[in-house]
Write a protein that binds this ligand. Structure first.
Ligand code: AMP
Ligand code: MG
Length: 521
């Protein structure tokens, strides 16, 4: 197994001078060297051929003993120096101080085809940042991260990637619903990849500790390696950096809204500085379209991270990033300006995205209202987001209200509820929509194609992941592979997989893992 190793983070930035793997505050450093924990009986469950190739490996490499050992933390590659990153963060709106990679360990960075990939193991033992926890991950959350990050990539959403999913062979104690009923679960390890795993929180912790020199080093490192298009100098360079991070954050959230993804824990330690979806924990997919929905039971009371609030939180988090970068700029106004522009940029992009979902391409001043009414109408009764938008593309210029309604009625969870008042709203909306379609210049078939390329047919519905987890728990990994293959082509019809183009079954409505998820991963 030959990897083109080119470490930068642990070579160019200051390391923790203490080598002991004990839980503590790590000062004057961006990371701590650690060795992954050896596991009892590692076993590879799934590996991504695509990501193997991305780092210059073959499927054959992945069958070797060496591969298994390296990607479960049982062997450290020659000339590499694994480490855990130091970061802080705002959790649910409050400054939480030092957090850091408590259960993630960066193995190394490799370069292949001019792309650099940092390789990280999630769930391979404690680090100085593990606080009171064990540094381990369980099978259920590892399956969720593995499948979802790849599904997101194929949906066109910026994301970290996943290379392999393994069992550790150790049992891990977890209290899933935080109700005093802990139980042992199978331990697992995901190896995941991204150009970098740096988060907003890496900057915040340095600013909070007034370590401005290291802060500058980290900002300059990030710009040099990941924002090479920034060529300005001095303060302007760091302002441009914030502008770029803002733009990438907006783009990522717009994609989330497009596909109905709810991250669930948008704390600043879970915000990638590269605008990648990171840390797949209690995330969920909208089934019924509902701006107020969050999958995260820990957030049930205030629903801070609900679907309809993700853009506000993106801005809130960027405020924290701007505060962290302030010592490098020392002027409030230009920072404020970058943040003030967020709302307009987001609105404009969101509008375009929604227009593309409903197949409108020319400009009409009534479009804003049409989209606003749709968002309201979709919430009158439980209406499946994925099915609605996918089936909307069947509507043609020949349709009238009745024939158009027939084409979308599969999306309603209880069709009987769509009577009288609700039906009047749909009649109003569909008639406006049919009229508006008359102005479009694309043929129906062309419009359908365009709509189908932004409205996925298949997403990783919460219950689908849970079915794969239940099987995996019994040692059957077929469904993991089936979903993995299915979600590689989320916009394709794949008639052989039609059973996954269906509303959530009733049994999954209130089941733990399907509609209720906690952070206990
Ligand atoms: P999260 O909510 O998953 O983003 O995690 C927040 C913080 O808790 C991060 O610093 C994680 O590294 C840490 N953490 C979460 N789970 C564990 C665990 N099982 N062991 C050690 N640290 C953890
Ligand atoms: Mg996290």
């Amino acid at each position: 197994m030959k990897l083109n190793i080119q470490d930068t983070f642990n070579k160019e930035l200051p390391a923790d001078k203490i080598l002991e793997n004990s839980r503590r505050q790590v000062l004057d450093a961006c990371f701590s060297f650690v060795t992954p924990k050896k596991t009892a009986n590692p076993k590879l469950i799934h590996v991504s051929k695509e990501m193997l190739e991305a780092i210059g490996l073959t499927s054959e490499n992945a069958t070797s003993e060496d591969f298994l050992k390296v990607f479960t933390g049982n062997k450290v590659l020659e000339n590499t120096h694994p480490y855990a990153m130091c970061y802080g963060g705002h959790q649910f709106g409050n400054w939480a101080g030092q957090l850091g990679d408590g259960r993630a360990i960066n193995l190394t960075e490799v370069v292949h085809n001019n792309k650099c990939w940092a390789i990280q193991l999630k769930g391979s033992g404690e680090t100085p940042y593990s606080r009171t926890a064990d540094g381990l991950a369980v099978l259920r959350s590892s399956v969720r991260e593995y499948l979802c990050s790849e599904a997101m990539f194929h949906l066109g959403v910026p994301t970290t990637r996943a290379l392999s999913l393994s069992l550790s062979g150790n049992d891990v104690l977890r209290d899933v619903m935080y109700n005093g009923n802990p139980a042992y679960e199978k331990g697992a390890i995901v190896s995941r990849l991204a150009p970098s795993f740096i988060r907003f929180g890496n900057f915040e912790i340095l600013a909070a500790r007034k370590q401005h020199l290291i802060l500058q080093q980290l900002a300059d490192y990030t710009i040099k390696h990941f924002y090479p298009k920034i060529t300005s100098e001095g303060k302007q360079k760091h302002l441009d950096f914030l502008t770029e991070a803002r733009n990438r954050t907006i783009d990522m959230i717009i994609h989330w809204q497009r596909v109905g993804f709810v991250h669930g824990v948008m704390n600043t330690d879970n915000m990638s500085i590269l605008g990648l979806t990171i840390d797949y924990g209690p995330y969920g997919w909208l089934e019924g379209y509902d701006l107020g929905w969050t999958p995260n039971t820990t957030d049930n009371q205030h629903k801070r991270y609900r679907y309809g609030n993700q853009s506000h939180i993106g801005l809130w988090n960027l405020f924290k990033l701007a505060n962290a970068l302030y010592p490098l700029i020392e002027e409030v106004e230009p920072l404020q300006k970058i943040l003030d522009e967020y709302a307009d940029i987001y609105e404009a992009k969101h509008h375009q995205m929604m227009k593309s979902k409903i197949g409108l391409f020319i400009e009409d001043k009534s479009d804003k209202e049409l989209i606003g009414r749709l968002e309201e109408t979709l919430q009158l009764t439980e209406t499946d987001m994925t099915i609605f938008f996918r089936n909307l593309s069947y509507i043609t210029s020949e349709d009238n209200f009745d024939t158009a309604f027939k084409k979308i009625e599969d999306a309603f969870y209880v069709l009987d509820e769509v009577e009288e008042e609700i039906k009047i709203h749909w009649k109003d909306w569909l008639n406006r929509y049919l009229k508006r379609l008359q102005q479009e210049t694309f043929y129906d078939q062309e419009r359908k194609q365009k709509m189908d390329s932004v409205n996925p047919k298949y997403v990783l519905r919460n219950y689908m992941a849970q079915l794969a987890i239940d099987d995996a728990d019994k040692g059957d990994y077929k469904l993991i592979d089936e979903l993995y293959q299915l979600l590689k082509k989320p916009y394709s019809e794949q008639p052989e997989h039609e059973k996954w183009f269906a509303k959530r079954p009733e049994w999954a409505r209130h089941k733990v893992g399907c509609s209720m998820l906690s952070c206990s991963s």
